[in-house]
Write a protein that binds this ligand. Sequence first.
Ligand code: PMP
Length: 392
Amino acid sequence: MKWMEQELETLAAESLERSLREGVPLQGSPGCIRQGEQAKLNLSSNDYLGLAGHPAIAETIRRELLREGTGSGASRLVTGNASAYTRLEEELASWQQSESALVFANGYMANTGVIRALAGRSDVVFSDQLNHASIVDGIVLSRAEHARYRHNDMSHLRSLLYKYRDRPRKLIVTDAVFSMDGDCAPLRELAELKQEYGAMLMVDEAHSGGIYGTQGEGLCHKLGIKDCVDIHMGTFSKSFGVYGAYICGSRTLIRWLVNHARPLIYSTALPPALVAGISTALHLVQAEHERRERLWDSVKLFRSLLDSAGFSIGSGDSPIVPLLVGDNAKALRFSNALATQGIAAVAIRPPTVPAGTARIRFSLSASHTVKELAEAAGVIRRTGLETGVLRA
Ligand code: PMP
């Protein structure tokens, strides 16, 4: 195992080593965590609507745990398909106005399982260069041709669609909101291209489900293109404050996935209590509009504060706010300096983002108050000056 130690040393020397750090939600202070002895404002969580600490979700899970037990005991295709699944999938299909829905254990398994189920050796998957790692891994598993197009570059995608026009099956896949940049995919153009070239379109709404649309249905609904999307994916681990993922689409698609999506077939079903908890979260996502309103007010405020301080934060319009640093060691110093001042904001470095684009990724939550965000922006500005990311 000597090679491992040597390679880890190299990673550490390049400020690229990752490590696990304990973080515990701070009781009575939503939007904050405790790391070691220190309480911090959590600007790195994907709990966008602040539902992760919601008592109604916890109460459903507690009640159902006592009634149904802690484990589902088997895959959904064996004996793990509790009635909570049927109820949740009916509710999901109705929320998304789709024919059918299917719950997966998490977003990573949904993406890898679905892409592998839809594309094989002679097919081609067109994927945005900045798509999430679970999409990339799904394409690798599928053994299909991986046609990566430049980020949000529709003329590049068009040229690839033309190049591979004779392939039997073509799948275009994109994040709706990109997880490390916080910008949105040009979904209307993607919908047009998929029609023109007879491709399938899959949209990952991990970072947009719960946030966009009048009932949190996602960006596809907001833009009015949901009927052009063949495979609509989202997670319950972010805005929903729980865990798990969904695919919505036609009855035929869901029937196909039940027969071909390997993570669904060969992995144990989520515990029924958790599935029941997701149903409660879905009701809250639909009903508690004020959470979305608070979140969007925070997005506007935080972005304008960082922008007027002179930081480079990209052009996104989402709760993900990347503060571009560039150099890995500098990004790490920035993040550590924020941590000592009570702000948890992680430095994102290669290979998660392209070389030379290390950044601090802030993500906002409806739990944050205006006062917390305004104070945080002041600390971030001072730290930017001290670390040389901002020039005085
Ligand atoms: N897709 C995107 C765009 C994501 O950001 C993530 C999680 N970071 C996933 C999929 C995977 O979802 P999960 O965390 O539920 O496995």
